[in-house]
Design a protein around this ligand. Structure first.
Ligand SMILES: Cc1cc2nc3c(=O)[nH]c(=O)nc-3n(C[C@H](O)[C@H](O)[C@H](O)COP(=O)(O)OP(=O)(O)OC[C@H]3O[C@@H](n4cnc5c(N)ncnc54)[C@H](O)[C@@H]3O)c2cc1C
Length: 342
């Protein structure tokens, strides 16, 4: 068996998931570098275990105890690379905290990531669900990443096309890429920066502060202020951010829903489909602020499910299913969870 004294047995994962679910892991290892990661997986005893790669634990729902090895990615390091004529490249190790990385790029005088400020979690997890907020997604600023394949023991570089990014989706959530462990991510930030204020709520918040020609720093500060107002702090109340994806439906389905529900909140997509606001659907079904056992719907944002204290993964799942059933019965749309169920 792996002789690393850092290997822990039968520990609570409560400090390692923002929902604050008290599930246990059979084995837990924090890896602070790629070398440590590779050494752990070179051990046949550890490599054969069911594996859960964990970053900040801000997008997982632990539905029960984990019978295998939790590999907690805690590698650090970030650097500015030369890039090309139009973009500067910045690379960070997978275990770096995402928000601290965004702040660091701004401190280097590099704009481009500011709309994604204050999203919890690690740099390595950002490509997994192509994190997005306020009109920007990871894919828009992504250059490449490195990923370790435990099956072959090799590290590969993947560009944007190889990652198959979609709305809250990538190859790493699919069969073809689920086994890969992201070790670093490189972003391409524009040499000539322009604000991205396509998202109306952000544009209004920036205008309200009297910023006519906002800097990237000012946009980041505005995003942080808006997020603090709207979203629960996981340090105070357990949650994983938006619990459901916004469902995407055909233009025809949206039109027939609008006939019955004229105030339906929807956003046309570039391909003609329509994205419905999942929070609005949940709110209309009367779930905002309601609880089922120890799991509840956040009173200020119906898209966020919270742990009111002592909730299990099963409690959250029960609440999620009740919401899905109600929304489907009323609107004919089945909501899909955003976090990864473990
Ligand atoms: C308050 C709050 C607000 C949020 N707001 C947003 C938002 O605006 N937009 C948004 O998109 N998301 C949001 N999220 C969700 C979450 O922050 C992101 O999905 C984040 O990228 C998850 O990072 P993590 O390190 O915590 O991942 P984890 O929860 O640790 O892991 C998530 C998944 O990625 C896998 N994984 C993690 N690291 C690696 C790696 N290095 N290699 C391979 N697989 C890996 C895990 O196995 C798991 O399947 C929010 C969450 C919270 C709690």
């Amino acid at each position: 068996m792996h002789s690393d004294p850092a290997l822990q047995h039968d520990i609570s994962l409560r400090p390692f998931n923002t929902f604050g679910i008290d599930a246990r892991a059979r084995l837990y290892l924090r890896v602070a570098s790629d070398a440590e990661l590779q050494a752990a997986l070179a051990d046949p005893e550890l490599a054969r275990r069911p594996r859960l790669v964990l970053g900040g634990g801000s997008n997982v729902l632990l539905t029960g105890d984990f019978p295998g090895l939790v590999l907690h990615i805690a590698s650090t390091g970030k650097e500015v690379l030369p890039g090309d004529t139009t973009h500067v490249h910045v690379r960070a190790a997978a275990g770096e905290n995402w928000h601290a990385f965004v702040q660091w790029t701004l401190a280097q005088g590099l704009g481009g990531l500011e709309n994604l400020a204050l999203i919890p979690g690690t740099v390595g997890a950002a490509p997994i669900q192509n994190i997005g907020a306020y009109g920007l997604e990871t894919k828009d600023v992504f250059h490449s990443l490195t990923a370790f394949d435990p099956g072959t023991g090799t590290t590969m570089t993947m560009d944007r096309a190889a990652c198959r990014f979609g709305y809250r989706d990538s190859i790493f959530k699919q069969e073809a890429g689920r086994h890969l462990i992201i070790t670093s991510v490189t972003f391409a930030l524009p040499r000539v920066w322009q604000p991205n204020l396509r998202y109306a709520e952000l544009a209004n918040a920036v205008a309200e502060q009297g910023f006519d020609a906002p800097t990237a720093r000012q946009i980041a500060d505005t995003v942080i202020a808006v997020r603090r107002r709207k979203l629960p702090d996981p340090e105070v109340i357990g949650n994983a951010g938006s619990f459901f994806k916004n469902p995407v439906v055909s233009a025809g389905q949206c039109a027939s829903l609008l006939e019955r529900f004229p105030t339906l909140v929807h956003h046309r997509q570039p391909d003609g489909s329509e994205k419905l606001a999942a929070g609005w659907l949940i709110d209309q079904c009367g779930w905002k602020g309601r609880s089922l056992g120890a799991a509840g719907v956040y009173p200020r944002q119906a898209l966020v499910l919270v742990n009111n204290g002592g909730a299990t993964g099963a409690d959250v799942q029960r609440l999620a299913r009740a919401i899905q059933d109600d929304v489907e019965a009323r609107y004919g749309v089945r909501l899909e969870p955003e976090p990864v169920f473990v």
